[in-house]
Design a protein around this ligand. Structure first.
Ligand SMILES: NC(=O)c1ccc[n+]([C@@H]2O[C@H](COP(=O)([O-])OP(=O)(O)OC[C@H]3O[C@@H](n4cnc5c(N)ncnc54)[C@H](OP(=O)(O)O)[C@@H]3O)[C@@H](O)[C@H]2O)c1
Length: 364
């Protein structure tokens, strides 16, 4: 197949795992490498990364936990999900100017070869109906996780839903979807400013600051009728406390346990959930979830989320860091709770896909 090229890119900058982090991620655990881009072979396309999603799960992939995807090997590229534009192609299914989403990796240019990538790339609609970052956020795996989780929990009037990491990407959307179904929604977030955001802007009924030393009492005061549904994003001591407040027949959607990802001192000190018996006593159900197991439901979820978002019924905010070189610091900030909404790294402005806006400006 003849190569189509409109780009002179010859060098690629990418983030390499220098050593496995122990405890909180140190930016020195990663190093920025520069390598020449090899000529494309048949079946390959070259994709310029436009925007990268900063994932809590990256900390799992950099560690050695038993997880849903293999650990990144030491010396290997940091795994990452992003949106990019095709700048050269020797693939029949990808054309120069296409905008694609998927596991591009933490790098400026991705050789898109489905035999080498973690999963096939998805070609996004043209013209792109929303900023590129939306497809790793509200209209991507983040919004879809929230949608499918709330669909599973199936909240309704008279029920109390608790949502941890409520000011973050998944939690902020999940809470609003649960509110739209008429439930009482209680968020948990770090710090008074985030809690104000969750209540005043996202419309949750209450939000508890887990950084307040009295968080257990504050949480109990916010859930006096107990917990019917738990959209669980953080695990650890917060989840363990919620187990003691479950109502009979409660459901837990286990989307993540970010408090446990960095095998830090807290995890070492934490001896695991001790109140698991409450799942038995309260006849509760807990479901583990990985969003990529449900690709068949992505179109339905994206349609529903896009309709709500464009109608202004779903508030959504991004924190944006500019420049691939800042990606490790961005990940460290996410894990420390130093960001609001969905965190993305803006890597490059689109050059071929005209009219594509890179990130979402302002919340809507
Ligand atoms: N299962 C799936 O397929 C899937 C897909 C996407 C995401 N997820 C999971 O969904 C969760 C949220 O992901 P996201 O990308 O939207 O991230 P996010 O919520 O935007 O960011 C993570 C947040 O977790 C909170 N956090 C960190 N350490 C904590 C601790 N020790 N205790 C309590 N809260 C802590 C911080 O918020 P505060 O400042 O409020 O503490 C931080 O902002 C994560 O667990 C992630 O792994 C799962």
């Amino acid at each position: 197949m003849a190569e189509t090229t409109t780009n002179q890119a010859t060098m690629n900058r990418w983030w390499r795992l220098r050593r496995r982090p122990t405890g909180a991620l140190a930016t020195s655990d990663l190093e920025l490498a520069t390598d020449p881009i090899a000529p494309l072979q048949d079946g390959q396309a070259l994709v310029r990364t436009l925007v990268l999603s900063v994932e809590a799960a990256s900390r799992i992939w950099l560690g050695h936990q038993r997880a849903f995807m293999p650990s990144v090997p030491v010396g290997g590229m940091v795994r990452g999900i992003g949106v990019g534009e095709v700048i050269a192609s020797r693939r029949a299914d990808l054309h120069v100017g296409d905008v694609v989403a998927g596991f591009l990796g933490w790098q400026e240019f991705c050789v898109a070869d489905d035999r080498l990538l973690d999963a096939p790339l998805t070609t996004l609609p043209s013209p792109l109906p929303a900023p590129a970052s939306a497809f790793v956020g509200v209209l991507g795996h983040i919004g879809i996780s929230a949608y499918l989780g709330v669909d599973y929990l199936d909240p309704g009037p008279g029920q109390t839903v608790v949502i941890s990491a409520a000011a973050g990407g998944v939690g902020s959307i999940a809470g609003q979807l649960a509110k739209l179904r008429g439930a009482r929604v209680v968020g948990i977030a770090g710090g008074p400013a985030k809690c104000r955001y969750v209540v005043d802007e996202l419309g949750f009924d209450a939000c508890v600051d887990h950084r307040d030393p009295a968080w257990r009492d504050l949480l109990d005061a916010a859930i006096t009728d107990g917990v019917d549904l738990d959209f669980e994003n953080v695990g650890g001591p917060i989840m363990d406390h919620l187990l003691m407040r479950l109502n009979v027949g409660a459901k837990i959607f286990l989307c993540g346990e970010v408090s446990q990802y960095d095998d830090s001192g807290e995890r070492t000190a934490w001896r695991g959930l001790v109140n698991v018996d409450q799942i038995h006593m309260q006849r509760a159900t807990m479901r583990g979830f990985i969003v990529t197991d449900h690709l068949d439901r992505w179109p339905e979820a994206i349609d529903a989320l896009a309709a709500l978002w464009t109608a202004g019924r779903l508030m959504y905010r991004e924190s944006v860091v500019t420049g691939l070189e800042h990606a490790p610091a961005a990940l460290a900030r996410l894990l420390a709770g130093d960001t609001v909404g969905k965190l993305v790294v803006a890597v490059a402005e689109p050059q071929l896909s005209r009219g594509v806006q890179l990130v979402i400006t302002g919340s809507r």
